[in-house]
Design a protein around this ligand. Sequence first.
Ligand SMILES: NC(=O)c1ccc[n+]([C@@H]2O[C@H](COP(=O)([O-])OP(=O)(O)OC[C@H]3O[C@@H](n4cnc5c(N)ncnc54)[C@H](OP(=O)(O)O)[C@@H]3O)[C@@H](O)[C@H]2O)c1
Length: 400
Amino acid sequence: MVVLLIKEEKITYVEDIAQGIESAPGALVGLFSGRNVGKQVVVVARENTHTLKQSKMGEEINNKQVILNNYVKTSVKESDMSLRTSKIQLKIPSGCDGAVLVKNLYLSCDPYMLSRMKKLEGHYTASFTPDSPISGYGVSKILDSSHPNFKTGELVWGSTGWEEYSLIKDPSLLFKVHDKDLPLSYYTGILGMTGMTAYVGLFELCSPKKGETVYVSAASGAVGQIVGQFAKTAGCYVVGSAGSKEKVDLLKKKFGFDEAFNYKEEQDYNAALKRYFPDGIDIYFENVGGKMLEAVLNNMRLHGRIAVCGMISQYSLEQPECVHNLSNLITKRIRMEGFIIGDHYHLYPKFLEMVVPLIKEGKITCVEDIAEGIESAPGALVGLFSGRNVGKQVVVVARE
Ligand SMILES: NC(=O)c1ccc[n+]([C@@H]2O[C@H](COP(=O)([O-])OP(=O)(O)OC[C@H]3O[C@@H](n4cnc5c(N)ncnc54)[C@H](OP(=O)(O)O)[C@@H]3O)[C@@H](O)[C@H]2O)c1
């Protein structure tokens, strides 16, 4: 009964993964203070077997794909996508020099993908093509390569198709997975684009200093949870907002935020921010936009910094809302700066140098929301826009 319910996505399950046998005592003790979020598991070792037998190389096999049915106008629904099974040959076709053929293991669900489902003009990223598989960030294993920098058997993360196998003709957006001690799925999140986004927005744009006050919206999500923990490592006072009591508890108990509140229970965002920041906000990490941004502008301090990472409250609207209170930028000399993470990947090695030891020493952690099977991908992606995800939304296509 239960296997069927899981496969049909009628029940789901959140795991709290502690890495390495060294983390086992802490993980066990955490059960008694409620530090765990969901089932507490300790990973002692991960099987590293290649489940695709050599005999399959070169064969034509089935390839399940997530297809965009048609352009989306406002919000996205599961029915805007469908699952199709096509065929793929497990070998790079002749004439495809510089390509790699990969088996996709984990896919990352990211809010920006909604923009790509729309018919875009003059946007920083291209629209998906209707009736074709969509693409995004993922973690993959190289099955065949005609590119001098990539070898069969290597693990990579970066841009790939939402399908079981992808022929990537331009692998320039792939990064190698170097540290195999950490869970591979982390390369969809804390060790990949998401972690980089938190790092660049907070450290490069806002330069946090000890004792400063930091506010993070959508704080329990993929980017937000990392921003808050990074800000704590910099000695800041950190407050986050999120959309449920469960998420607020997570922020305080798991991620070490000083305070957190459920924005859905607040009638007046201005009053809520005054309560948590009586002397004002030095740094705002903007993930949501709209009315929250308006309230934040009124509560910023002199020489405050705002990293404009995302505005998820606006993505599904036909007409984006107007933002009031912008004159605070002048009177308080606030620097408000938007960024696109794709412009900053040259900082990836510097980022890894900082983040890997922090994870290994248990100084920062991350919570993932794992959806099993490519069939669950459309629902997982759509769930971002109603806050169904708890932490980084990942889809497991295959475990190596
Ligand atoms: N600039 C860049 O290069 C870049 C890169 C990555 C991500 N981003 C942006 O960063 C933000 C966070 O992305 P993520 O990957 O970390 O996603 P996420 O936070 O893991 O998931 C999205 C969360 O947003 C919240 N949300 C959804 N609709 C909302 C609404 N109408 N008002 C307020 N909150 C809403 C929900 O949490 P609650 O339950 O708390 O409402 C939901 O769980 C997004 O705006 C995204 O576009 C930007």
